[in-house]
Design a protein around this ligand. Structure first.
Ligand code: C5P
Length: 397
């Protein structure tokens, strides 16, 4: 699928630049042609000689190289590619892109092109989380720039959090998806994510601790495989992934309506932590403290979205996946839940407080299918998502 596709690979300055060398090899193994560009900072981490030897192509690094200009001008260089990939994409390079700077070869190429661009950011966690970087990312997303990663985890600088460059297989999948050849290309997948908010009155609601991190990572991983993803999300604390259709809802009832509107799909992953109950008669005015005692709340049962979709006859997705957040007897409870809900797979996890999983960056899951229970080692939520997306691709790809 990557055969004879031409990729302009810009290698920015960061410790993750070493992964770019492997990326070049893997892309060439798949038949892609890689034209490398090394920034001045990038050349502090990997040498032009290694890059050009692996790419089998001259490495470009200087805007004012007369030989280069005579052979192929920088404008043409940027336009002759099917895709421009920046890996690692540093905070500095993204800032230059967002603001239209063209002071060196890499930023000039990125400004002079209308070729699709995919960024694999890599930086220290504080740099990633800095409002300036987040502003730049939002601008770049608005400009249609694609992103893969960054992942959460331990960083070369000794800190922990988002900022690690995506792994080479993830970048390859994202490239393939961007070029229209991912394994889930042409497949439509629904993902629910986040908590729901069930109003008590206009200012108060019942909620839960779901951050939406795992559902978001799953949606991102499915999109990276080329799926058309409809992402129905409650009010989550992590931002939705790019490259998916985001449908924002608040309550379980709204989530069910949005899910029904999104059908038909090939696969549906229900990662949302949906409130089981809502307040039967939410007040339309703020409830006041009264001398007459404490208010009583009457509850009503929410629709079970997973069970509803699993029970559909015609129009049921080929694969329906539910989650089971358990605090004890995880496999037994999740196996029973799979039967009760009528779904195909259950992704079970132990959310007892001591695991730190709910709202955390890691997950330890057991996948329950008709073949039994399969326990995965504890890993980052992005890795869980990539593995799960891989399984979905095997099932419906
Ligand atoms: O019954 P329980 O809430 O443990 O089931 C969890 C699974 O069911 C998750 O996949 C969740 O998204 C889904 N669910 C749902 N609608 C509900 C409750 C749970 O889709 N009302």
């Amino acid at each position: 699928m990557l055969a004879s596709r031409r990729i302009l690979l810009i290698i920015g300055g960061g410790i993750a630049a070493y992964k770019a060398l492997d990326l070049i090899r893997r892309l060439r193994e798949r038949g892609a042609q890689v034209v490398p560009v090394l920034t001045r900072a990038g050349a502090e981490f990997v040498t032009p000689l290694s890059v050009s030897a692996l790419a089998g192509h001259k490495v470009h690094s200087d805007l004012f190289d007369l030989t280069d200009e005579a052979e192929m001008g920088h404008i043409e260089l940027s336009r002759s590619a099917d895709l421009i990939v920046v890996a690692p994409a540093t905070a500095d390079l993204m800032a230059k892109m967002a603001h239209g700077h063209a002071g060196d070869l890499a930023s000039t190429l990125l400004l002079a092109t209308d070729t699709p661009v995919l960024l694999a950011p890599a930086m220290n966690v504080r740099m990633w989380q800095h409002p300036a970087t987040q502003r730049n990312i939002a601008m770049l997303r608005g400009d249609g720039i694609g992103f893969v990663g960054p992942n959460e985890g331990d960083m070369a600088c000794g800190e922990h959090g988002p900022g690690r460059m995506a792994e080479v297989p993830e970048i390859i999948e994202a490239i393939a998806a961007r070029l229209g050849g991912g394994r889930l290309a042409g497949r439509r997948v629904l993902v629910t994510s986040g908590p729901t908010h069930e109003p008590i009155d206009p200012v108060r609601y019942i909620a839960n601790r779901s951050s939406g991190a795992q559902g978001t990572a799953i949606a991102r991983a499915l999109a990276a495989l080329g799926a058309e993803v409809v992402f129905v999300t409650g009010p989550a604390s992590v931002p939705p992934p790019e490259g998916v259709t985001v449908v924002r809802v608040e309550t379980a009832q709204e989530m069910l309506a949005a899910v029904e509107r999104a059908l038909p799909v090939d696969a549906a992953i229900f990662a949302a932590a949906v409130a089981d109950w809502r307040v039967a008669h939410a007040h339309d005015r703020k409830m006041k403290k009264t001398a007459g005692g404490l208010p009583a709340l009457e509850f009503a049962e929410n629709p079970d979205i997973l069970a509803t979709v699993s029970a559909m006859g015609a129009g049921r997705p080929r694969l329906v996946v539910g989650f089971a957040a358990e605090t004890h007897d995880v496999v037994e409870n999740a196996t029973a839940k799979r039967a009760r809900k009528g779904c195909d797979w259950i992704v079970a996890n132990d959310v007892s407080h001591a695991t730190g999983i709910m709202g955390g960056t890691e997950n330890a899951i057991t996948l329950i299918t008709d073949e039994g229970a399969e326990t995965w080692p504890r890993m980052g939520k992005a890795e869980v998502a990539a593995r799960l997306a891989e399984r979905v691709a095997r099932a419906v790809g």
